[in-house]
Every structure is written in structure tokens, then in C-alpha cells.
Write a new protein. Structure first.
Length: 386
């Protein structure tokens, strides 16, 4: 176990990584409420077709954010959620243009298709409005680079959100390996991510419409769950890119998912470390676990809080529960509010950063190419200009 006070001391190391890599100073004329931290952050929600939007709808009672506008052209879907969560349909607009003009949000959160993330950045970045998108950042490297260029040009935060960024167990694991010799030099990292399948677990029809589309999602299980391991391993490897990427994909349920793969195994090699990412819509249960193996021990994060740690084989493993993250930086919405208001200085390879997430999209694109060609991708040849 570890205390909140200890974790707070490591905030620049863990919690602050859930952001954009570059903390841009805000112009008070562009961001008039940036220093008024007693008021909730006024956010616009772009899209209701991502089921992760349920995490934010109805959350305003906490007081750190206020939903001032929603963009959703599917009127029936908006009405359904307005009845479920009690928000007024006066907040709902058919376009980003209409919402921005009428509601003037300080920041926006995108819950649309991954393909449409670029459109959100193209519209809001020139207005100086900070943006959070759901993982992965983009459907391909070309989109990712355009998004990053716009964010840098207009000096906004562009944060990519992952559920695993808020796992207390991952925070503890990073703390352990950052200390140095508890488990020894890292030789292998294994990620098991996914669930029995989006249809099987009851995802909404609006979510399925784009999640199972190779253009709008960039693939199936490969981008949907391969991104978690790519993101976490890029952080653990301190922003280092892999030397090779090898991927095998499989379509075991063509009757359910005729357009995309439902299973993917990605292997990344570094000079002294191998990363294995098993991303699947065919697990027996929902899982997002991580195992880090060192020279003489390991750290296994079984879920958000349950962990197994072994410093050496003689003493054997012990089970622990990680303490919750400190309030105020414990979830993406609380943190995004602090990010916009306080402009934290960040490392280039932090989990939500543009730099980390460009590498994530590059890994996914290389993995896709590997699976299509049946060949291992050599990073320096595939990305010669990087």
C-alpha cells in the first residue's frame, strides 16, 4: 500500500503525465476565466456516439466542470440521453459552429468517432479552445500529425484520455519501477486488454456503427485495445520508439464483425525489452491488465487496484491494493479541468501527451501494415524521417 501524500510527491511523474506534453501559457483575453478556479470549467461535448460519454454526463454535481453545450446531429439520441441524465435539450446543437457561437465553451471533449477527432481540432484549435479526445488520438499518422501541428500552432492543450491512465495500480507500478532496483531492469512487459466483444457486452448501436468500421475507427480490436499497451509501454520506455513491430490479426467472428479484425497480438522490440500486447474482442471477460517483468522480480496490475509484486523468487510474490489517486486528479474530467486552468509543465512521453500519442498511432499503423503483409516492420525504415 502507499499513501496519498507519497503519490502527491510523484505527481509530476504520474498524474501530470495524463496531459499534453507541452504546457502552453494562456492569454487571458483568449481564456478569460483561466485563473478563476472557483468556477467550474465550461465544456462542450462533441458527439454522444461514444459510450464513454456516459462517464461525463450527469457528473456536473462534483462541481469541477459544467456542460454548457452538446453537439449531436442525431436528435433522437440526444433526446434519449437528455431524459436519462436530465440535461436540457436547449444545450444540444446540430453542429460545432452553432454550439461554439451560442455557448462559448472554454474547452471541449470529443466523444465522436476517432476519424472525426481531426475535424474537432481543425475547428476548435484556431479558436484557442483546449481539447480532450478519447483514445486513440487519431485513425492514422497523417491525422495525428495534422492535429498536433494545429495544437502547437494555436498553443492549446490536446489531451488523449485512456481509462488506464487513472488506474491506481498503474501509478504504483510506475512508482516501483522508477525507484530502480525493486524488480531489476525491465526485460518484458505484457498487456492483456479487451473484452468478449462490443456487441456481446451490449455497446450501443450508435457506438457500434463506427467502432466496427475500418475507416471511422481505423480497424477493430487492433486500435480499440492495442492502443492501451502502446500508450503505457511508451511511457514506461520514456518515449523511446521500438526497433521493430510485428503483428498478427485474426477475424474469428466474421458474422458479428465482417469488416474488421477481432483479435490482435502486437510484439514490440527494444534493445533490452520486449513488449507483448494482446488486444482482443474474444476474451472471456473484460480486462486491462499489465505485467512488468524485471531481471529478478515482477509487478502485475490485475485491475484498477489489485496488484502482485515479487522482488525476488526466494521471498515470493505478495498481493497488495493500490490506494486511490488523490481527489482532484483522480479522473480525466477533474484533471482536464486542472490542466486547462493551471497549465502544468509536462514530460514529452506522459500518457496523455501529444508526443506519446503520436508514437501510439505510429505503432498501430506499423502493426496494421505488419498484419497485412505478414512481415516484421523495422521502425527506422518505416518511419525514416522520424
Amino acid at each position: 500500500m502507499y499513501s496519498s501524500s507519497l503519490l502527491l510527491k510523484t505527481i509530476p511523474f504520474f498524474i501530470l503525465m495524463i496531459t499534453t506534453g507541452s504546457g502552453f501559457p494562456k492569454d487571458s483575453a483568449t481564456h478569460p476565466q483561466i485563473h478563476n478556479e472557483t468556477k467550474p470549467l465550461k465544456v462542450g461535448i462533441i458527439g454522444l456516439v461514444h459510450d464513454h460519454v456516459h462517464w461525463v454526463l450527469g457528473r456536473e454535481k462534483i462541481g469541477d466542470i459544467e456542460i454548457v453545450g452538446i453537439v449531436e446531429p442525431n436528435r433522437a439520441l440526444a433526446i434519449k440521453y437528455s431524459k436519462q441524465y436530465g440535461f436540457s435539450m436547449d444545450l444540444v446543437f446540430a453542429s460545432m459552429q452553432e454550439m461554439a457561437k451560442a455557448r462559448k465553451p472554454e474547452a471541449v471533449m470529443a466523444f465522436n468517432s476517432v476519424y472525426d477527432h481531426l475535424k474537432v481540432v481543425e475547428f476548435f484549435a484556431p479558436k484557442g479552445i483546449d481539447i480532450m479526445v478519447e483514445k486513440p488520438m487519431a485513425v492514422n499518422v497523417a491525422h495525428a500529425k495534422k492535429m498536433i501541428a494545429l495544437a502547437k500552432k494555436h498553443q492549446i492543450h490536446l489531451m488523449t484520455n485512456y481509462e488506464t491512465s487513472w488506474y491506481a495500480s498503474n501509478a504504483k507500478a510506475f512508482e516501483i519501477i522508477d525507484k530502480g532496483n525493486t524488480i531489476g531492469g525491465i526485460g518484458k512487459i505484457v498487456f492483456n486488454t479487451g473484452h468478449p466483444g462490443p456487441k456481446e457486452i451490449g455497446c450501443s448501436k450508435e457506438f457500434l456503427a463506427w467502432l466496427t468500421d475500418p475507416v471511422l475507427n481505423g480497424g477493430g480490436a487492433l486500435p480499440d485495445f492495442g492502443c492501451y499497451g502502446a500508450n503505457l509501454s511508451t511511457y514506461i520506455m520514456k518515449g523511446e520508439t521500438p526497433e521493430t513491430v510485428t503483428c498478427i490479426t485474426q477475424q474469428t467472428k466474421p458474422d458479428l464483425y465482417p469488416k474488421v479484425e477481432d483479435d490482435a497480438i502486437i510484439v514490440l522490440t527494444y534493445p533490452k525489452t520486449q513488449v507483448v500486447i494482446q488486444a482482443s474482442w474474444n476474451w472471456s471477460h473484460s480486462r486491462k491488465d499489465m505485467a512488468i517483468y524485471g531481471k529478478h522480480g515482477y509487478v502485475i496490475c490485475e485491475n484498477n487496484e489489485d496488484m502482485k509484486i515479487m522482488a525476488n523468487e526466494k521471498d515470493g510474490p505478495k498481493s497488495i491494493k493500490a490506494d486511490p489517486l488523490p481527489k482532484g486528479v483522480h479522473d480525466p474530467f477533474a484533471y482536464f479541468s486542472k490542466l486547462v486552468r493551471e497549465d502544468f509543465p509536462l514530460k514529452r512521453y506522459d500518457l496523455g501527451s501529444m508526443e506519446n500519442n503520436l508514437i501510439v498511432v505510429q505503432i498501430l499503423e506499423a502493426a496494421k501494415h505488419s498484419s497485412m503483409t505478414g512481415k516484421t516492420i523495422h521502425w527506422s525504415k518505416f518511419y525514416p524521417q522520424e
